[in-house]
Design a protein around this ligand. Sequence first.
Ligand code: PHE
Length: 343
Amino acid sequence: MEDLLQKIEGYKNSISAYGVHTTEALEDFRIKYLGTKGIVKAAMGEMKNVPNEKKKEFGKVLNAFKIFAEERYEELKGSLASGENKTTSSIDWSLPGDPIPVGTRHPLSIVRNQIVSIYKRLGFAVAEGPEIEDDWHNFTALNLSENHPARDMQDTFYLNQNPDYLLRTHTSSVQARVMEKQKPPIRIICPGRVYRNETISARAHCFFHQVEGLYVDNNVSFADLKQTLYFFVQEMFGKEVKVRFRPSYFPFTEPSAEMDISCTVCGGKGCSLCKHTGWVEILGCGMVHPKMLENFKIDPDEFTGFAFGMGIERICQLKYRINDLRLYSQNDIRFLRQFTGSV
Ligand code: PHE
């Protein structure tokens, strides 16, 4: 009897000390202590040898022993489960996730998309062409013959290997490519990057971006041109902004004009951006030169057209007050993060 109690104490000690690292070891534990031929069962079997007057007391001890072994089994099972899945169970699922850095659109893309969407509403389609152009599409077809002085207006990068090719100086070259293939009515805008051999500074860069437009059809007039550009300005800058046209010169348009808008910074009162004139030039435009139409076998007696071209950087400068052209291509994340346009 005393023996048995001592034995049980001994079992309890080994049960407490028992550790498992595998499911097999856990199963061994179960078989050894709790199985049908296990130690607990065997101890229970000893009851029959216990004198009647001690049965009650001994029964309690045996019951407690059984519960002790069962509880230890559950404990070992639990520790095994958490040990096996250590990596996942140590995660605090309630913690917020790591933020994923989200990019923003480049301000030039935002403004280009806005310009494109305004002209699309007027029925203009987007046309694109190559940045490496031949002389014909960039100059000659546009009424700039080889020795035309106006070629100097646009300092051109020619390709070293073959000076018949150049980096386009304006997207008017795309207009040439469209007229080559398509007959009127033509109503297109040409957004894209253009290149000019200029020293890089806050106010000049060797590449920039343009959106040029072309509309050729029967009875297209200067009034249509003015109204189209006026609509654009109101959509882009707001209804209160005024426009004015000044006579100008471009070889591919006649008559030609430059369009100013009332300064969006000072409202026309005069500030450093508008050089205290109250007006800012934003684009060149005019009626397509008859010779240019002829170059593409479009009869100038039947068709007329207008064209315009603007720099996206300038529009962007007016919208966002960006005063240094170099910022657009420096990839400074602090600059780029500031623009959150939705288009
Ligand atoms: N191509 C001209 C430029 O780049 C802009 C322009 C386009 C002017 C169409 C008139 C008509 O300066």
